[in-house]
Write a protein that binds this ligand. Structure first.
Ligand SMILES: [Zn+2]
Length: 252
């Protein structure tokens, strides 16, 4: 009897320890385009919605047609069991040319950034909070452009650490999942995850490109989600994570 109690206590302690040690996971899923009420990212969106797993999807502004609102509404409104939003849609550039936000100068970057931002707000009725440059190619001008638009608080995988005064958070604790864009590999990810787990104990940012997943690669992605769930990881949205890092969340 005593032995059982001791074993139970030990198990509980280990279990609690694991839960506390698990980093938060920010899924950065790139290249969402919507055309004729469909998208190459649909299967991934539906899988995550069914699982109740939170994820950030980066939208390319000129990859949207007039069906975007009807297509995205079920995902914009999707919530988990706690009633929290499942998806954050973030700014992934206007035309996704390489480079769009690195070495292209202030006027060019400002125009592309704001043109895309107005389009997102007009077509989707949502205020974006986070940005990730196409090809993760950005420079100090990108930070300036971002900080000039007060809605934006987050850059993902930026190459410059923004000055505190900008109020912009760079989420850059990256753990690789893909061998190349659109090619997730679960064994590769688990190795990287275990190697980074103690270094990135607060959060990890995990990038993938759902539109290019072949069926067997979608299976690899799903295996990784299952693995992270079994690890006790909590999935969080980029802007949601930002809000946990500031003392007084803004009331906008
Ligand atoms: Zn991209």
């Amino acid at each position: 009897m005593k032995k059982t109690i001791i074993l139970f206590l030990l198990f509980s302690l280990v279990h609690v320890g694991i839960l506390h040690a698990a980093p938060k996971i920010i899924l950065k899923l790139d290249d969402l385009r919507i055309n004729k009420n469909g998208s190459a990212s649909s299967v991934t969106l539906d899988y995550l919605k069914l699982k109740g797993v939170k994820a950030g999807f980066g939208i390319i502004a000129n990859g949207l047609d007039e069906t975007v609102l009807s297509f995205l509404t079920p995902y914009i409104n999707a919530t988990n069991a706690k009633g929290e939003k499942l998806f954050e849609f973030w700014h992934h550039g206007y035309d996704h040319k390489n480079p769009e936000f690195k070495g292209t100068g202030y006027d060019y970057q400002k125009l592309h950034f704001e043109k895309a931002d107005s389009l997102f707000e007009k077509r989707l009725g949502i205020k974006m909070r986070s940005f990730g440059a196409p090809f993760n190619a950005s420079d100090s001008i990108t930070i300036r452009v971002l900080s000039e638009n007060p809605k934006y608080k987050v850059i993902m995988l930026g190459s410059i650490i923004p000055a505190r005064s900008t109020g912009i958070l760079n989420l850059n604790q990256r753990v690789n999942l893909e061998l190349s864009p659109g090619v997730p590999d679960s064994a590769y990810f688990v190795t990287n995850y275990l190697a980074s787990k103690s270094k990135y104990s607060n959060y990890m940012i995990v990038q993938a490109h759902p539109p290019y997943f072949k069926p067997e690669r979608l299976d690899e992605f799903k295996k990784v989600i299952e693995f992270l769930i079994s690890e006790g990881c909590e999935f969080v949205l980029p802007y949601e994570y930002y809000k946990t890092t500031i003392a007084n969340p803004e009331k906008k």
